[in-house]
Design a protein around this ligand. Structure first.
Ligand code: PLP
Length: 455
């Protein structure tokens, strides 16, 4: 019996996939091995961590064959569905031909993927450097900005997450991810444009411009006046699904360009149609970045990232050699290209919009009935539900969030959680989910919130 089939609990939507029987080490043995042999930095969700051994589209299965609806997609990484058959076929075929070569030889996959990727981006954003992760991509984007401008200073936003490598952890502005050591030399953080908690709310049509003014102030007061770049996520993901207000990036990009800087859009979470209205998150703000970084959903789970920019900016890389052993690997290129083909051929962006809007309606309805749902926000299938002590004070409730999160798991839904205060449910599923799955999620959340609010 799956968790969601227990008496009086909503029934999981049907699924015709049967995972093979699991015959590996037990959950307890794996937990013990992790404790003994793996870094204590590794985090697990849930009081009793779940072990996941199979996946099929929007479904995950534990070692006992119990099925869960995946509402977090790894961490916003499985874009078109776990083990999507077309992606699997492409990878299987490439694995049997050639698993590894580097860019010192020609290979069709990297060339075809670069060309296809360029077709999804506007303007002259058409030159790609493939890497292995989002941190890699942001590292490279920062280096290219500094090389191009001859300036060093970078502006990022508070509450941002751009990775954990030595450079990107300096861009990241969430204390939970920062070890106490020197980092972020030359990086300055502007105010987080948070319309829920900040001084300029959802009811202020000028909020975008008002928050943007802080970027100009940071340039004036903390840099030599010339900067290398500004970097932002169109919707802050790890920070708890905080969307940049309408009208924010236009003035920010003007201030940055006036100071000689380049504009970088970190699309690691928001790219590839996830926000529904547009293929890329920056398009929701009507701006044109100079550099776009991407990873996660790009590879449907394979370690894959990229930096895309204009030819005139990319040119600076030609003055030296730059090499990445696995960047452009033929198997990850096959997986990325097959994923992109599915996204385009199966209108995944349109689906993210339609199903996402349907889910937002369901979440808004829950908000109207539950005193602890302070805010429902996001776009497409990148949504957040902020949990508070009460709606007037907006005091964050990490405890209630943890209770709801745990209960959702017991009822058959794996969902994300985050935000600096640990009080935001993050809903970012594989984009193949259906409206029926959304109905199921909302029923589960209703039960979980009702219980948490009684406690
Ligand atoms: C917006 C954003 N940028 C960069 C990264 C870093 O990506 P990676 O973990 O692949 O290094 C993440 C990871 O969560 C992210 O959400």
């Amino acid at each position: 019996m799956t968790p969601a089939q227990a008496v009086d609990t909503p029934k999981l939507p049907a699924c015709d996939f049967m995972p093979p029987a699991y015959d590996g080490p037990s959950r307890e043995e794996v937990l013990d091995m992790r404790r003994e042999f793996l870094s204590p930095a590794l985090l697990t969700f849930y009081q009793n961590p779940v072990m996941i051994v199979n996946g099929h589209m929007q479904w995950l299965f534990d070692e006992k064959g119990e099925r869960y609806l995946d509402m977090f997609a790894g961490i916003v990484t499985v874009s078109v569905g776990h083990c999507h058959p077309k992606v699997l076929d492409a990878v299987r075929e490439q694995n049997e031909r050639l698993q590894h070569t580097t860019t010192i030889y020609l290979h069709p996959n990297i060339a075809k993927f670069g060309k296809k990727l360029a077709s999804t981006l506007p303007g002259d954003l058409g030159v790609t450097y493939f890497v292995n992760s989002g941190s890699d991509a942001n590292d490279l984007a920062i280096m290219m900005s500094r090389l191009n401008t001859g300036a060093y200073d970078i502006i990022a936003l508070r509450n941002a997450y751009h990775g954990t490598s030595p450079t990107t952890v300096g861009l990241t502005a969430l204390n939970t991810w920062k070890y106490p050591m020197p980092q972020g030399f030359g990086i300055h953080h502007a105010v987080m444009p948070d319309q829920y908690h900040g001084p300029f709310g959802y009811d202020d049509p000028e909020a975008g411009a008002k928050y943007a003014a802080d970027v100009q102030d940071v340039i004036r007061s903390t840099t030599p006046g010339k900067i290398a770049a500004f970097i932002a996520e169109p919707i802050q993901g790890v920070g708890g699904t905080v969307e940049l207000p309408d009208g924010y990036l236009k003035p920010v990009y003007e201030y940055v360009r006036a100071a000689g800087g380049l504009c970088i859009s970190d699309e690691v979470q928001t790219g590839f149609g996830r926000t529904g209205d547009n293929f890329w998150g920056f398009q929701n703000q009507g701006v044109m970045p100079d550099i776009v970084t991407m990873a996660k959903g790009m590879g449907n789970g394979t370690p894959l990232g990229a930096v895309v920019t204009r030819p005139d900016i990319a040119e600076c890389m030609g003055q030296r050699l730059h090499f990445n052993t696995y960047g452009g690997n033929p198997v990850s290129m096959a997986q990325g290209l097959a994923t992109l083909n599915v996204i385009l051929d199966e209108n995944i962006q349109g689906r993210a919009k339609e199903v996402g809007n349907y889910l937002i309606d369901g979440l808004n309805d829950l908000q109207s009935r539950h005193p602890s749902i302070g805010d429902v926000r996001g776009r497409g299938l990148m949504l957040g539900v902020e949990i508070v002590e009460d709606k007037k004070t907006k005091v964050p409730s990490a405890t209630r969030c943890a209770t709801v999160h745990e209960r959702c798991k017991d009822l058959g839904v794996l969902i994300g959680k985050g935000g600096l205060n640990g009080n935001v449910l993050r809903i970012k599923p594989p984009m193949c989910i259906t409206k029926e799955d959304c109905d199921f999620l909302c029923r589960v959340l209703d039960i979980a919130f009702t219980d948490a609010e009684k406690a």
